[in-house]
Design a protein around this ligand. Sequence first.
Ligand SMILES: CC(C)(COP(=O)(O)OP(=O)(O)OC[C@H]1O[C@@H](n2cnc3c(N)ncnc32)[C@H](O)[C@@H]1OP(=O)(O)O)[C@@H](O)C(=O)NCCC(=O)NCCS
Length: 239
Amino acid sequence: MPSAKGRAPVLSRNVTIPVLNASLTSEPSPVHVWFWRTDFEESRCAELARLLSPAERAAAERFRFPRDRARSVISHAGLRLLLAGYLNLPPESVAFTVEGAGKPRLAAPGAISFNLSHSGVYAAAVVSRGRNVGIDIEEIRPNVAWRDIAGRFFSAEEAVWLDSMPEPESFFRLWTAKEAVLKAAGTGLTAPLDRIRVRPGEDAPPWNLRELDLAPGYAATLAFDGPPAQPEVRLLTGL
Ligand SMILES: CC(C)(COP(=O)(O)OP(=O)(O)OC[C@H]1O[C@@H](n2cnc3c(N)ncnc32)[C@H](O)[C@@H]1OP(=O)(O)O)[C@@H](O)C(=O)NCCC(=O)NCCS
């Protein structure tokens, strides 16, 4: 199994592959969470865009606002740099396939699994081996019509829990838990949201759920199957 441990950085078109000092070799597989800022200046964004595939660049170009384009570019560049570190490949060579409901996976055979999420000025990714993984990060926005959304998509038990907790954080905690499960399963929002019953801070078998405290003003949840594990959380720097 490839290991990123102790490897020297490789220079690639003005971009250095971060030394991850992270390995997925132990059993059961560790669960690694990485997060990074996505609010870089345009010149850096243009450099990092060179790491992306034409399809990723085209997807970023479809955003109307420069801020959203930058977030898409930096999220995908960060993910490529991370996966390059684990796979010992140049970031441009990391190849993806997409499942029916849109979940990206690595095209190369092997058991490394990952999932990406982005919101506000942060991106977060989970990387593991031989597990289905999903992650969701959301900026806590007080102006979201969260009561309406909860009424439409949450179960009666979830609505009761929500009413007993401080708002709007509790909505985002619940929402990220649901979305992390749906992303781990690969169905995304094509599956009915009320079919997944979650309670923040508790597992939702077969899914292990872990709330992540990544940055003030953000809620994030990680879902993974297989044996329980304590996620190792790191800030990805040097982009
Ligand atoms: C996936 C989905 C849950 C994303 O929710 P979100 O909160 O807006 O976005 P996040 O930042 O958390 O995650 C986005 C990332 O999840 C990944 N992703 C996309 N579809 C996914 C899926 N079905 N399962 C897991 N991960 C998925 C991608 O890496 C995506 O990154 P990108 O948008 O930059 O390419 C939502 O867009 C969805 O359900 N999509 C599937 C439904 C759909 O429209 N399918 C179209 C083909 S049938």
